[in-house]
Design a protein around this ligand. Structure first.
Ligand code: B12
Length: 215
C-alpha cells in the first residue's frame, strides 16, 4: 500500500466509524513508515471534517459524532508514540492548555498537548470545560510561558476573551503569550480579544509557541 492509500484508509476508518478496525489501520500505516503527523492531519482529520459536514447536513446524528470521536482517539493512541519517539526536545518551558468553559471538544487540544510535549514543553493540561478563573489560578501556580486555549463551538469561543480579561485583571497578562485555536477561531476574532496568535492548525500553532520561547 502507498502512503496515500494508508492516509485514505485512515480517513475511511473515521468516516465509517470503524471502532474495531482503526487500531489495525493506524498500526499498518505506522509499520509502513507513514509520517505520524501526516497520518493525523492528512488522514484522520479530513475524515473528521467530513463527519462534521454530514452532521451539519443531517446525514449523521450526535451518536455518530460521539463514535467518530472515539475512533479518532483510538487512532491517536497508536500514532502519538511515533511522534514522540522521533522528537528532539528543543525547549524547557511551561505551557498551560485548556478547552474553554462550556466546551467538551478535546481531540484537537490533545493533539496540541502531544506536539507541545514533543517540542519539550512541560504541559499542564487542564482538560475540558475550564472556567477562566481556574485557568488564571493555574497560570499563577505554574508560571507558564504560554497559555493555549481551544474552542470548537462559536458559542464558547467568547470565553477565550474572558480568559484574557481575567489574566489582565490578575496582572498576569504581560507574563504569558496566549495562543488560541479550534475550527471556528479566526485571526480577526483572535485580534479582537487581544490574543497573541491564532493557530491555523496544531503543528503551526506549536511551532509558534516554540518560536516564542526560543532563547
Ligand atoms: C467529534 C465532535 C464532537 C464530539 C467531541 C468528542 C471529543 N472528545 O472531543 C462530541 C460528540 C462530544 C461533540 C459534541 C458536540 N458538538 Co461537536 N463536533 C465534533 C466534530 C465532528 C469533530 C471535532 C474534532 O475532533 N475534529 C478533529 C480535530 C483534530 O480537529 P480540531 O478540533 O479542529 O483541532 C485541530 C485544529 O483546530 C487545532 N486546534 C484545536 N484547538 C487548538 C488549540 C490550540 C491552542 C492550537 C494551537 C490548535 C488547536 O489543532 C487540531 C489539529 O490541527 C466537529 C466537526 C468538525 N469538523 O470540526 C463537530 C462540531 C465542532 N460540533 C458541533 C456541535 C454543534 C456540537 C454539539 C453542540 C452538538 C449537540 N447538539 O449537542 C455538542 C457540544 C458539546 C459541548 N458542550 O462541547 C459543531 C459546532 C458548530 C459551531 N461552530 O458552533 C461542529 C462544527 C459540527 C457541525 N458541523 O455542526 N462533538
Amino acid at each position: 500500500m502507498s502512503d496515500a492509500e494508508h492516509l485514505q484508509a485512515l480517513k475511511e476508518a473515521i468516516l465509517t466509524m470503524d471502532l474495531e478496525g482503526i487500531t489495525a489501520v493506524a498500526q499498518a500505516a505506522m509499520d509502513a513508515g507513514v509520517d505520524p503527523q501526516a497520518a493525523i492531519t492528512d488522514g484522520m482529520v479530513p475524515g473528521m471534517v467530513e463527519v462534521g459536514e454530514k452532521f451539519e447536513e443531517g446525514e449523521y446524528f450526535l451518536s455518530e459524532l460521539v463514535v467518530a470521536g472515539e475512533v479518532m482517539k483510538d487512532g491517536l493512541k497508536v500514532i502519538e508514540p511515533y511522534i514522540s519517539a522521533g522528537a528532539t526536545a528543543s525547549t524547557k518551558s511551561r505551557a498551560v492548555i485548556a478547552t474553554v468553559e462550556g466546551d467538551s471538544h478535546d481531540i484537537g487540544k490533545n493533539i496540541v498537548v502531544t506536539l507541545l510535549g514533543v517540542q519539550g514543553f512541560d504541559v499542564e493540561d487542564l482538560g475540558i470545560d475550564v472556567r477562566a478563573d481556574d485557568i488564571v489560578e493555574k497560570v499563577r501556580e505554574h508560571k507558564p510561558a504560554v497559555v493555549a486555549l481551544s474552542a470548537l463551538l462559536s458559542t464558547t469561543m467568547p470565553h477565550m476573551g474572558d480568559v484574557i480579561e481575567a489574566l489582565k485583571a490578575a496582572g498576569l497578562r504581560s507574563s504569558v503569550k496566549v495562543i488560541v485555536g479550534g475550527s471556528p477561531v479566526t485571526p480577526a476574532f483572535a485580534a479582537s480579544i487581544g490574543a497573541d496568535h491564532c493557530a491555523a492548525n496544531a503543528i503551526e500553532g506549536v511551532n509558534k509557541c516554540a518560536e516564542w520561547v526560543k532563547k
